[in-house]
Design a protein around this ligand. Sequence first.
Ligand code: ADP
Ligand code: MG
Length: 508
Amino acid sequence: MEYEVVIGLEIHAQLLTRSKMFCGDSAEYADAPPNTHVCPVCLGMPGVLPVINRTAIEYAVMTALALNCEIAEFTRFDRKNYFYPDLMKDYQISQYDMPLSHDGWMSVEMADQTRAMDAPNGASPAESTERKIVRIKRVHMEEDTARLLHRVDALGETYSLVDINRAGAPLMEIVTEPDLRSPEEAQQFLMQLRSILRYLGVSTGNMEEGSFRCDANISVRPRGSTELGEKVEVKNMNSFRAVFRALRYEAERQIEAQQTGGRIVQETRGWVEDKSITVSQRSKEYAHDYRYFPEPDLPPLVFSREWVEKLRRGLPELPDAKRERYMREFGLSVYDATLLTEARPVAEFFEECMRQVTGTANVPAMAKAVSNWMLGDFRRLLNETGTEITASRVSPAHLVGMIEMVDAGQISGKIAKTVFEEMFASGKRAGDVVAERGLTQISDVSELEQVLSQILDANPQAVEDYFRGKTQSLTYLVGQTMKATRGKADPALTNRLLRELLEKRRSA
Ligand code: ADP
Ligand code: MG
């Protein structure tokens, strides 16, 4: 029997607001000592009243709009009651049956499934694309919990510490319908969702730091069946790769259980990274376990359509739209356009480069050259030095200036690599680097002929070989010329002049 995997995701993203969700404490606590960003509200003291963070609501609605959701006209908060030491009030303020948005969708580009997905950053974009619509069930707001740190003391006794800084931080939850069909698709969805959140500037989307977390629901069923199987919720993954591996493990476990007549029970399992397995944590809880009821301390919210439309108009151009435009306007391939639009600062750098290009330039050729540099040497140097593109000393004008020197034949493509490294390190313009280091291409015929005569004199065997019809010896002679000129000889001219000089010698 063949099985099909069914996956639905619940994503929690911390929002980049200055203050917490319901009080004025700073939400920027990442580098703060434990328990310093606290107040009576997020400590859950009796008699305090929460106040809704307007920016957090705006960020969540912007996200919902970017995910094509319906925005509620009327929404409210509810209390979700449960008892756990990370919860100061013994309830979490969340949203239950009247979320701020519902019924959206996201178009996901499926990477080439044959590529290795077990890589730290997932697959590279496909050369050809297959798109898939993943329905979004809802986007809603809630508050984050405190952080528990589990420790073992010198005598081997376990104890736990609690850091309340995170309690009350604004947390947005995004829930998908069970539309994903493989761990690869789930990973791809997450990466593209993160890219959207970063474009919007609403979240850092950082999984390792826990500001972007994913609970994955997964079930299997016989292929062709339309009923959903019993699902398991997997938690504790703190990287894209961990999500992929946990789902792959869980899919295999469930398929094997079905094949051997076992039963899947509805439960929550945790991913154990160093053992690469999931382990049962607790049996699944149901909504009624939480005794939800409307939060009496907060007013419901009424969203006017004008306010919603204003937010919609303020959305930036998103990665999908940008990619399509790059292909249309600049003639870039899907592959290049996808990589350039993944992160907004990179896309903006590219666009600034294209604005620097003069009207007479061949736009697609320039776009391709800029793209090649940005995705090649530039990207490599940024990675190697851990530099963000926005902090790079190479400006769009500098990059375009260098590419124009290559186009004009002032430097060869090979020399350009050296020039670029120097530009990257020093922030100098290409022209200055070339002048200072004497790297101008030799395209002067008489100057080059002189060098070539010396090369031919010094390599009688190669000349002889050439006369006997061994064409490889020409390649060898070009190589010798490049070596002698430290790469400055114009390659096309070198080739032409070499042939001419050799023919002259043959007839002499
Ligand atoms: P619950 O009420 O158990 O939390 P929901 O209907 O709210 O379940 O769904 C929670 C998440 O689980 C959603 O992302 C949804 O897509 C996913 N999900 C629901 N049923 C299944 C299933 N049978 N297999 C995989 N994922 C599922
Ligand atoms: Mg749920």
